[in-house]
Design a protein around this ligand. Structure first.
Ligand code: PLP
Length: 372
């Protein structure tokens, strides 16, 4: 997709905020626990390579991604630290795993056998580091059955193909006040842990929420995602132990301004009607940029004041009701700070009834990312 560099809409990424969020987390962690930066989905829309650079500078020891190509992008960019692919890789691509020195998830014995076949087919020579995934209750991927776990452990113990580098699980409810389900998963992981050797390089159970709000997660690596971007995984349910700094702002400029008489209509469906003589601005950001149509009615910021989006959001533009006439080119902030006011991504996500994770991920490639 082409980037819209010749229009004023851009996402400003504050790499200093990302570093500070990581440093704050590292200060709380035991020195034997390493932090891997979760930079999947283009670092939650912030830009994988740039965030990865900031993360390493702040003390991250490795990266987690979801998709093989995301790992390859990081290696191609020159990163030498461990990279774990959390999603399931098709064994047909095992030669890429080997070539790029990646660590991969083993979700089942079936996968291990298929990957072993591919290993010999491609005549690979270096052992492939695997992280055995235990499904303790997320219900997504991983081993559930203890017999299967024992079989995997026995197989890996003598495998010339794989090295058991990691053992992990993922909590489904670490971001809520009620810890009942968390404890059930924790118990299941403790039982699974017994079935594998004492010495495994990385045992990892903690995503951001687990690291922030649960002391006894018993592992030596944190998969640190959402809080790195300054976002609270619980929304507003739980308070983080340190101040999170949102790293992404979405800014644009007034591109067109006019006064409409009372009773005029705006946008597709003509479903907004001016209540008075109103100053209406047009800004070049729409649903193709990631501003979902459900943002209609949401207030962006101009000159430190609120301006509601009126009418339906178009693909490339939307209209806002200005508190007064403003000159063309005036800065408009969808998320971020403007004249002493702050539109948080959290608040915006609540407006459209989603989680804060989704908004930066939704920003399309057309929106240039600017790093400060
Ligand atoms: N670990 C796994 C397996 C994940 O799927 C994710 C994200 O979805 C993370 C860690 C990071 O989660 P968070 O961004 O909440 O820290």
């Amino acid at each position: 997709m082409v980037k819209g560099i010749h229009r004023p809409t851009r996402a400003i990424i504050n790499l200093g905020a990302i570093k500070r969020n990581i440093i704050n987390e590292l200060e709380r962690l035991d020195s034997r626990v390493s932090l891997f930066a979760v930079v999947k989905a283009d670092a939650y829309g912030h830009g994988a390579v740039e965030v990865a650079q900031a993360a390493v500078a702040a003390g991250a020891s490795g990266f987690c991604v979801a998709v093989l190509d995301e790992a390859i992008e990081l290696r191609e960019a020159g990163f030498d630290v461990p990279i774990i692919v959390l999603g399931i890789i098709n064994p047909a691509y095992l030669q890429l795993v080997s070539r790029y020195r990646l660590s991969v998830t083993a979700p089942s014995n079936e996968w291990l056998l298929a990957a072993e076949e591919a290993y010999y087919e491609f005549q690979l020579t270096e052992k492939i580091p695997v992280h055995v995934k235990i499904d303790t209750g997320m219900g997504r991927i991983g081993f559930i059955d203890k017999k299967e776990m024992t079989k995997a452990n026995d197989y890996l113990a003598s495998s010339p193909v794989f090295e058991l580098e990691g053992l992990y699980t993922h909590f489904a409810t670490a971001d809520t006040v009620d810890e009942t389900y968390f404890h059930l998963q924790q118990q299941r992981f403790a039982e699974a842990r017994q079935l594998f050797p004492e010495a495994i390089k990385y045992v990892h159970t903690a995503n951001t929420a687990t690291a922030l709000w649960h002391d006894a997660w018993g592992s030596n690596m944190v998969r640190f995602g959402n809080a790195m971007y300054g976002l609270n995984p619980s929304g507003t349910e739980l308070t983080p132990p340190y101040q999170l700094e949102e790293a992404l702002s979405l800014e644009t400029e007034l591109l067109h301004v006019k006064q409409l008489k009372k009773g005029e209509h705006i946008g597709y469906g003509a479903d907004y009607e001016t209540q008075d003589d109103e100053w209406i601005g047009t800004i070049p950001v729409g649903y193709a940029d990631g501003l979902r149509r459900s943002f209609s009615g949401y207030s962006v910021l101009i000159d430190g004041r609120e301006a509601a989006i009126v009418g339906r959001i178009c693909m490339d533009q939307c209209m806002i009701r200005l508190p007064e006439k403003y000159p063309l080119g005036t800065k408009v902030t969808v998320y971020g700070k403007n004249g002493g006011r702050f539109n948080s991504i959290q608040k915006a996500s609540e407006y459209i009834g989603t989680i804060n994770y989704e908004l930066p991920c939704n920003l399309s490639e057309r929106v240039p990312r600017i790093y400060v």
